[in-house]
Design a protein around this ligand. Structure first.
Ligand code: PMP
Length: 306
């Protein structure tokens, strides 16, 4: 789906028109992937538009930058204010929010220290990441031949632009084989995550997800689902997951800001459970979608109203 243009983009301290927000072809990040970013969503609620877990996303952005030795020339609260203002200016009720911090045009070569740090925020309407039907019907997946980059090669646990070539290769492989999405293993051969999603499975009523040390991004949706599942009194285990456990699961699902909560119906041609979205997946999906749309008072602290 092509990007739905909006009126304004915030870039390096200014609100610019969409078409004005351009970069030079010698931008360091374009050549060497020296950037970090976030993906956040704003949902319409009965009390108006609200951003889901904004401060947590911005904390992760600053943490990603710190790991890459990039100093963001604004404080965290300024970026939060800019996002709220940009959504207002663009008169959006629901949108995807993409803050990006990157090394700009300065010098060429692998030492980025003399290249300016540029910051932009873009907001636009973006529907279901894995397709409109994905939330209801689920998706078909394959275990990728691409392993997730181990943290001592590229830090998978931060949102660095450079890490995403690994994800793109896995995604294209899955699409070229006729699947909707890939599942990536880590170097040890345990299930890690999707190219842009965390993964969960359900067996005998217990919910499983790979632990933090398994070369995964610590997704904010993953964290939300862990808290929601505990509040609903499910037993949750963060343990190493083998491909065999995945094949034998009763249910499986992906989580992510763009993806939301999407059932996985098939892995490598094997049906998960009866091949239809499972009851626990659908319960967690409903709870999540109710929370982001402000229908659950006990989760209000996760919402920043515009
Ligand atoms: N893993 C990867 C590799 C991702 O790119 C994303 C999307 N940000 C996720 C997991 C899910 O993270 P979140 O729930 O914070 O969007």
């Amino acid at each position: 789906m092509s990007i739905q243009k909006t009126k304004y983009i915030w870039m390096n301290g200014k609100f610019l028109s969409w078409d004005e927000a351009k970069i030079h072809v010698l931008t360091h990040a374009l050549h060497y992937g020296s950037g970090v970013f976030e993906g956040i969503r704003c949902y319409n609620t009965i009390k108006g538009p609200a951003i889901f877990r904004l401060q947590d996303h911005i904390k992760r952005l600053f943490n990603s930058a710190r790991k890459c030795l990039i100093e963001i020339p604004y404080p965290e609260n300024k970026i939060c204010e800019v996002i709220v203002e940009l959504i207002k200016l663009n008169k959006l009720k629901e949108c995807y929010i993409r803050p990006i911090v990157f090394r700009g045009y300065g010098e060429m070569g692998l030492n980025p220290q003399n290249n300016p740090v540029e910051v932009a925020v873009i907001v636009w309407g973006w529907g279901a990441y894995l397709g409109d039907e994905s939330l209801k019907k689920g998706v078909k997946t394959m275990v990728s031949s691409y392993r997730r980059t181990p943290s001592n090669v590229l830090p998978s646990h931060i949102k660095a632009t450079a890490c995403y070539l690994n994800s793109i290769l896995a995604k294209l492989e899955a699409l070229n084989h006729g699947y909707d999405e890939a599942i990536m293993l880590n170097q040890k051969g345990f299930v890690a995550e999707g190219p842009g999603e965390n993964i969960f499975l359900v067996k005998n009523g217990v919910i499983y997800t790979p632990p933090a040390y398994s070369d995964i991004l610590l997704g904010i949706t993953r964290d939300s689902i862990l808290k929601i599942a505990e509040n609903l009194e499910y037993e949750v285990k963060e343990v190493d997951i083998t491909v065999e456990m995945l094949y034998n699961a009763d249910e499986a699902f992906f989580t992510g800001t763009a993806t939301e909560v999407v059932p996985i119906c098939e892995v490598d041609g094997r049906k998960i459970g009866d091949g239809k979205p499972g009851p626990i997946t659908l319960k967690l999906q409903k709870e999540y979608l109710d929370i982001v749309r402000g229908k659950k008072a006990e989760y209000e602290a996760w919402l920043t109203y515009i």
